[in-house]
Design a protein around this ligand. Structure first.
Ligand SMILES: O=C(CO)[C@@H](O)[C@H](O)[C@H](O)[C@H](O)COP(=O)(O)O
Ligand SMILES: [Zn+2]
Length: 192
């Protein structure tokens, strides 16, 4: 078992190292999207299923609450947290519409809409990102594996270079924390 633990930790470190090489420019672009949206008075909508729902909620909490700095609240909504909406829309329109319906309700031109999917193939995330793009939002997807079908429908795909779902999720939350840190500093620290 010890060997397995060490192998998993090694795999985690390899993914983190690969992120630095392959994804740093895309992470920088994601920060620019979010900073521009907040400067223009827009907001952030974030969604995902399962572990990625937890990541979406985590991201939004850092924005609405705070990451490291004392500053004003930043508007952000996680699209999986209202069980009445999920059950009503899921029941009446189907599970594939649970996020797109909320994008139709909440999104405005210039908002940033972020979809998180390790496979890149969750239809509910894809439909919402397509709806958001059609409404003039800027769309970002945190993906894994080959990026799936979502890769080609967003403005900015960030594909964590791994085929292993937990390692991809660890890449996603690391990217999210880096985005939170840089967005906060760009908006609230003079000279950044
Ligand atoms: O956290 C995990 C696996 O680590 C699961 O809950 C996982 O998020 C769920 O199976 C999701 O439904 C997978 O969807 P996706 O990442 O492919 O969009
Ligand atoms: Zn997980």
């Amino acid at each position: 078992m010890l060997a397995e633990i060490k192998a998993q930790l090694k795999a985690h470190c390899e993914v983190m190292t690969a992120l630095g090489g392959e994804l740093s420019p895309a992470i920088q672009s994601a920060v620019s999207f979010v900073v521009a949206a907040y400067k223009a008075g827009n907001k952030l909508l974030v969604m995902g299923n399962g572990g990625s729902a937890a990541d979406a909620q985590h991201f939004v909490a850092e924005m609405v609450g705070r990451f490291k700095l004392e500053r004003r609240a930043l508007p952000a909504i996680a699209l999986h947290t209202d069980t009445s909406i999920l059950t009503a829309v899921g029941n009446d329109y189907g599970f594939d519409r649970i996020f797109s319906r909320q994008v139709e309700a909440h999104a405005a031109q210039g908002d940033v809409v972020v979809g998180i999917s390790t496979s890149g193939n969750s239809p509910n995330v894809q439909l919402a990102l397509e709806a958001a793009r059609g409404m003039g939002c800027r769309t970002i997807a945190l993906l894994g594996k080959d990026g799936g079908s979502i890769r080609s429908v967003v403005d900015l795909p960030l594909v964590v270079p791994s085929n292993d779902t937990p390692r991809i999720q660890e890449g996603h939350i690391t990217i999210i924390h880096i985005i939170c840190d840089l967005v906060e500093r760009q908006l609230f620290v003079k000279g950044e």
